[in-house]
Design a protein around this ligand. Structure first.
Ligand code: COA
Length: 327
């Protein structure tokens, strides 16, 4: 059976940084509160001239350049996002922006687990031998859906885009994975459609609502993450016939430094093996893992042959882990 190799990573550079101090001019908060509870010092926000598509395409271009794969060679583009420019999907616009004319492209929504879910989905197409080159993008502009008057949520999130290129290979570098969902906990984290019924004609009514900003039960999400993430990583390691001692790097969804520390502690992974860029980016949802991965690769931290344990978790609720070998 053909396998999967990760051959490139990339991310988009957002020019607008929003510091904790700047945010505290808008809501009753402080750099000290945000940094001590979350590890976040600043986040980036998309400029009014940016689009989800433009950020995703920039990340994909950089990943393709590292992989030395041309846009014309791409068979599939998977865009993990919860914040498309178009509810019908933005992946096709990314395909057009890249000039990846041969590629089929579609969106996949699994909130902050989206990148891991998309990576595993992409791997199935490669393992069956259907496709040779796949671009997986995680991109979100949660600033569009943040309630900037709610200090319990607006301090956490940022915008961003990251991508990887996967290629069919003889040896499979997706060593193991485990994906999970629990819709009974859906109410803990939402960006939900709010129905506003309107009479269309006679006794027929339709909905003329819109999506309401993000709502979250922070404590419940925190408890969920620190219990489920170590568990799902252990299951993925088991499928890979590996143990925590084999992990070179943990590249987890960057939600909260305290969550990263707790997961590392439970698994007995030293903190210097845990990639963290939260201080600079905040929680960029589906983009956080590929951005963290790309930064660690470009800083020469992650080297060919390193075993990476990655895990996403978030709305749905969804969570999942993948154990990968870099290149
Ligand atoms: N600045 C200052 N004070 C704030 C604040 C802010 N930005 N946000 C909340 N507070 C206040 C609260 O109003 C509360 O005040 P009170 O005691 O007077 O009622 C106090 O701080 C403690 O709030 P609490 O919600 O208990 O804080 P916490 O220690 O649970 O931390 C989170 C809040 C959101 C940082 C934490 O729950 C968390 O990180 N959860 C996970 C969220 C997450 O990662 N979500 C995305 C997953 S993909």
């Amino acid at each position: 059976m053909p396998g999967v190799s990760l051959v490139g990573s990339g991310s988009a550079r957002l020019s607008v940084a929003l510091s904790n101090d700047a945010l505290s001019q808008r809501v009753d908060t402080s750099d000290d509160w945000i940094a001590s509870r979350t590890g976040i010092r600043q986040r980036h926000v998309a400029a009014p001239t940016d689009s989800l598509t433009s950020l995703a395409a920039e990340a994909a271009r950089n990943a393709l350049a590292m992989a030395q794969v041309s846009a014309g060679e791409v068979d599939l583009i998977l865009l993990a996002t919860s914040t498309p420019d178009d509810l019908f999907g933005s992946a096709c616009q990314v395909q057009a922006a890249l000039g990846a004319t041969r590629a089929v492209a579609f969106d996949l929504t699994a909130a902050c687990s989206g990148f891991v879910f998309a990576l595993v989905t992409a791997a199935q197409y490669l393992r069956t031998g259907v496709y040779k080159n796949v671009v997986v993008i995680g991109a979100d502009v949660l600033s569009r859906w943040t309630d900037w008057s709610d200090r319990t949520t607006c301090v956490l999130f940022g915008d961003g885009a990251g991508a990887v290129v996967l290629r069919a290979a003889e040896r499979d570098r997706l060593l193991g994975f485990e994906l999970c969902s629990d819709g009974s906990l859906n109410h803990c984290l939402n960006l939900a459609y709010q129905s506003d019924p309107a009479v269309l004609v006679g006794d027929i009514a339709v909905q003329e609502g819109t999506f309401a900003p993000i709502t979250m039960n922070g404590r419940e999400v925190y408890k969920f993450a620190v219990s489920r993430v170590p568990e799902v990583i252990e299951k993925a390691l088991f499928r890979a016939s590996l143990t925590t001692a084999d992990i070179s790097w943990m590249v987890l969804h960057q939600a909260n430094q305290r969550i990263l520390d707790a997961v590392a502690d439970r698994l007995g992974v030293p903190l210097d093996r845990v990639v963290s860029n939260m201080a600079r980016h905040g929680n960029t949802s589906a983009a956080s893992i590929p951005i963290a991965l790309d930064e660690a690769v470009r800083a020469n931290k992650i080297q060919p042959g390193d075993v990476i344990a990655t895990a996403g978790f978030g709305a749905g609720l969804t969570w999942g882990a993948a154990i990968l070998e870099w290149q």
